[in-house]
Design a protein around this ligand. Structure first.
Ligand SMILES: [Zn+2]
Ligand SMILES: [Zn+2]
Length: 203
């Protein structure tokens, strides 16, 4: 057995667009070490984006955007339901991660985000009781490393494998969550091929 060279990191994942940082300051799962700088330094995915919660970055969006862009990462937002869709559409981001609860206005909100031409990714549908029958096929569905394995909820995605495009996300709030191993196992079980939304992280 030959030892790995010192400093070698695992080969990067193809894409991770669901990552939180200290800009999600009121999200109790985020630790102070989870800075944009650290995520950019670890760079665990080739296409890498930050998707902090809009309700926490709305008041400091310029600083959020500047920091993410300075580290040459994709700029996203996690949008918490229909109430935040108007604000999200006004901001110059690359993509949306969307909380779609089982409410008519949330399904309409998903359609509005997708109609922007920017990717609209339905976050962890099992955790929010999203009815995928009611989601526009213009949206993408996330297989989320934090939630998808719970209570085998991912099995409910099986009827939708042909209907939607899928992405895989870590939903990392802490440095050691920067991986997608469980989600990738699930994607394989489902026969899902992930959709890569960008050529690379850099604009
Ligand atoms: Zn979420
Ligand atoms: Zn999230």
């Amino acid at each position: 057995m030959s030892p790995s060279p010192a400093g070698a990191l695992p080969a990067p994942l193809p894409q991770d667009l669901h990552v939180h940082t200290v800009f999600s300051r009121h999200d109790g799962a985020v630790v102070p070490e989870q800075t944009v700088e650290l995520v950019a330094g670890i760079r665990h995915a080739r296409v890498l984006g930050i998707s902090d919660h809009l309700e926490y970055v709305a008041d400091e969006f310029a600083e959020y955007s500047r920091t993410v862009r300075a580290h040459r990462l994709r700029l996203g937002l996690e949008v918490n339901g229909a109430e935040w869709v108007g604000a999200a559409l006004d901001l110059p981001v690359d993509y949306y991660i969307y909380h779609c609860r089982d409410r008519a206005e949330d399904y309409r909100g998903a359609e509005r985000l997708a109609a922007s031409g920017r990717p609209a990714i339905i976050a962890h549908p099992q955790a929010l009781q999203t009815d995928l029958e009611r989601v526009s096929p213009a949206c993408l569905i996330e297989i989320n490393n934090r939630y998808a394995w719970r209570e085998q909820g991912w099995r409910a995605l099986a009827p939708y494998v042909e209907r939607f495009r899928f992405v895989i996300g870590s939903d990392a709030h802490q440095p050691h969550w920067l991986n997608q191993t469980a989600a990738r196992f699930i994607a394989r079980e489902l026969g899902v091929r992930e959709t890569l939304l960008f050529e690379n992280s850099i604009l």
